[in-house]
Design a protein around this ligand. Structure first.
Ligand code: G6P
Length: 372
């Protein structure tokens, strides 16, 4: 009903707007100002976590994209090898699992059958399963060894927005916590990032306040057939998520690519006026990633693409090659998906609306898929 939408035209718009609060709620009571994490609710003893020698993340859809980002964070801060796999593929390929494997199952609903079957398979092999879930008491957390709830509140729109952002937060918390428990050489960095996380809700709020040009751009592209998305490092899963949102909501052909793969094929798709969204990593920190993506933007622009560039505030190097520039606040490299995804959600929602689509209930899709 209209009342439930609290004045928004759709649940999706309401849920996009709720993201600063959702992110803050996921962090509440789990981090403190001194840079310490407490995840007592993760009832896997620290001794067991110290013995983990492999992490496997399983999920579907948008939650899978959160898992792809988790891999960068987990491997960096914990130095434990991490695999990420679509739940529907995982158990049918005879994966190698034992008591030292930690399986992280990510699911908004906690009822996705593919993910549930993957976690059952993992537990049968003796692996420990940690669920990252938004729905209290749902099947996936009930069948897991431990659960970290995302506290995004109920998500009604089929296309996931606030659940995704809070899944990312939970994934970072797991990565940082494992790093803290195992005492890697990144101790100081872990403390700094925990502090940075406390500013993330404000950064998301800031992005939401600057979305009018993105909406205008989306409306101007409503007649297009294809949009491509490019990113590197954690920006690659962000590109995949941006493309998924357009497929789900606008029923458009959209694809996400790793920017470094352009030259190995996708660049052949570039033609005059094709919209290409590029997620640009911070020029601070790993500046090599930034330099490489700037040359990717130049390459596609030289071939006529219309470049829509998502870049950090103060990143002036990209400006000359951006037909449309969308600014996001500066964050540590690994946290950038929390701000860079938001314009892509707004873009897809507005574009779908301009095409006359029902954004909360896209055709052929279900919020939670309880069959394999
Ligand atoms: C369905 C939804 C997607 C969601 C996926 C996984 O396909 O339409 O939006 O990402 O399921 O759902 P889960 O509840 O497991 O996160």
């Amino acid at each position: 009903s209209a009342a439930e939408k609290a004045g928004y035209a759709s649940f999706m718009l309401k849920e996009i707007a709720e993201q600063p609060k959702a992110v803050a709620d996921t962090l509440l009571g789990r981090i403190d100002g001194s840079g310490t994490l407490s995840l007592d609710e993760v009832r896997i003893p620290p001794g067991v976590l110290r013995e983990v020698d492999k992490v496997v993340v399983v999920a579907c859809g948008t939650a899978f994209h959160a898992g792809l980002i988790a891999k960068y964070a987990i491997e960096h801060w914990t130095r434990i090898p991490c695999e990420v796999e679509l739940a529907s593929e995982f158990r049918y390929r005879d994966p190698i699992l034992d008591q030292q494997t930690l399986v992280v199952a990510i699911s908004q609903s906690g009822e996705t059958m593919d993910t549930l079957m993957a976690l059952r398979h993992a537990r049968e092999q003796g692996a420990r399963v940690l669920a990252i879930c938004n729905t209290n008491g749902s099947t996936i957390p009930r069948e897991s060894d431990a659960v970290l709830y995302t506290h995004a509140g109920p998500e009604v729109a089929v296309a996931s927005t606030k659940a995704f952002l809070t899944q990312l937060v939970a994934c970072y918390l797991v990565a940082l916590y494992l790093g803290q428990v195992r005492g890697t050489k990144y101790g100081d960095e872990i403390r700094d990032v925990v502090r940075d996380l406390s500013g993330i809700s404000g950064a998301v709020e800031q992005v939401l306040g600057t979305m009018d040009p993105v909406r205008e751009l989306a409306r101007s592209l409503a007649h297009k057939n294809t949009v491509l998305f490019l990113g590197r490092h954690v920006g690659h899963p962000v590109a995949l998520e941006g493309a998924l949102k357009l497929k789900e909501l606008a029923y458009m052909h959209a694809e996400g690519f790793a920017a470094g793969e352009l030259k190995h094929g996708p660049i052949a798709l570039i033609e005059e006026d094709l919209p290409v969204v590029v997620v640009v990593p911070s020029p601070r920190g790993r500046s090599v990633l930034h330099d490489k993506i700037v040359s990717n933007i130049q390459e596609i622009r030289a071939r006529g693409a219309r470049t829509i560039v998502i870049a950090e505030e103060g990143d002036e190097a990209v400006a000359p090659y951006a037909d449309h520039l969308v600014r996001v606040p500066a964050t540590p490299t690994l946290l950038q998906p929390l701000v860079a995804t938001v314009p892509l959600q707004v873009f897809a929602c507005e574009l779908a609306t301009a095409r006359g689509n029902e954004v909360d209930q896209p055709r052929n899709l279900a919020k939670s898929v309880t069959v394999e």
